[in-house]
Each structure stands twice: as structure tokens, then as C-alpha cells.
Design a binder for this molecule. Structure first.
Ligand SMILES: [Zn+2]
Length: 156
């Protein structure tokens, strides 16, 4: 979901949204969104739970960056993308991964190479294929399991 600031009563977002994959999305104008938010208890409840998950994930990510290896963080990020892509193969560039992980591209190359040599992923020309999800989960830091469990517990 983009535009959570609007749900919190802020009319300007400090974030830039980047679409990572193909697919469909729903869009609603700000005025209509505010009206639905006032009208729907269910929507408010869902967005409150979403914000809670988002805050937990942000804190987990801050901890992850300082505590875990790039290879583990890349595995976490790929698993999270796999969950959201609903496909074993998705597009992602070295430059994008470097930005997401806060490392130089060479760091992504090394980490992806390590995961590929263990036959957990295949990565070529901006396409990643998850080959061994269970192995990738084992290669990820514990942050992935915390994120996944939080999503399940709070958002269902
Ligand atoms: Zn981590």
C-alpha cells in the first residue's frame, strides 16, 4: 500500500514509491480515500494493523542492516519479494538490489553469486529465479522469519 501518510492525516508523503514487478494495482484518489476511511471501520482496522506491521518491519530492517551479512540480507529480501511476487521468477537489477540493501553493486554480485553457487537461486540479466526456497530461508538471517510471522499474526 502506498500513501499510508494520508491515512495518518498527513497530506504529503516523504517517500517515493517504486514498482518492482508487473501486475495490477488499485488506485483511489485522496478525497475518496479519506471518505472511505471515515466510513469504514474495517478499512481503518486493516490500515492500523498494516502500519503496526510496517513499523515492526522498519525496526527489524534497521537492526538487520547493522547486524547481518549482505548475503543473509539479500536472501531475506529475495524471500520477501518471492512472497509478494507470487512467482518463482521476477525481475530485479543489481543497481536496485544495491539500493535496497545499502551496499555497492559488487556486494550484490558477491552475495548473489554465493547464493547461486549453493543452487538456491539463479540470477542472470536482471531475472532472479528462486530455485530452493527452503534453502534460501536457511541462508537468510532470522529477520525474514520475524517479518513473515509478524505479517501472518497481524494481517492474517
Ligand atoms: Zn537480518
Amino acid at each position: 500500500m502506498c500513501g499510508i501518510a494520508l491515512a495518518l492525516g498527513v497530506n504529503v508523503s516523504a517517500n517515493r514509491a517504486v514498482v518492482q514487478g508487473a501486475g495490477t494495482a488499485l488506485r483511489i484518489g485522496a478525497a475518496n480515500f479519506r471518505r472511505e476511511l471515515k466510513r469504514s471501520v474495517a478499512l481503518r482496522s486493516l490500515l492500523n494493523r498494516y502500519v503496526s506491521v510496517l513499523l515492526i518491519q522498519l525496526a527489524q530492517t534497521a537492526s538487520c542492516i547493522s547486524a547481518h551479512l549482505v548475503k543473509q540480507r539479500l536472501a531475506r529480501w529475495l524471500l520477501m519479494s518471492h512472497d509478494r511476487a507470487h512467482a518463482d521468477t521476477f525481475s530485479v537489477t543489481h543497481a536496485f538490489l544495491a539500493g535496497m540493501l545499502g551496499v555497492r553493486r559488487v556486494g550484490v554480485t558477491e552475495a548473489a553469486g554465493a547464493l547461486q553457487s549453493r543452487q538456491l537461486i539463479r540470477y542472470a540479466r536482471g531475472r532472479v529465479k528462486i530455485v530452493d526456497r527452503h534453502g534460501l530461508e536457511a541462508a537468510a538471517c532470522g529477520c525474514y522469519a520475524i517479518d513473515r510471522d509478524t505479517y501472518r499474526q497481524v494481517l492474517g
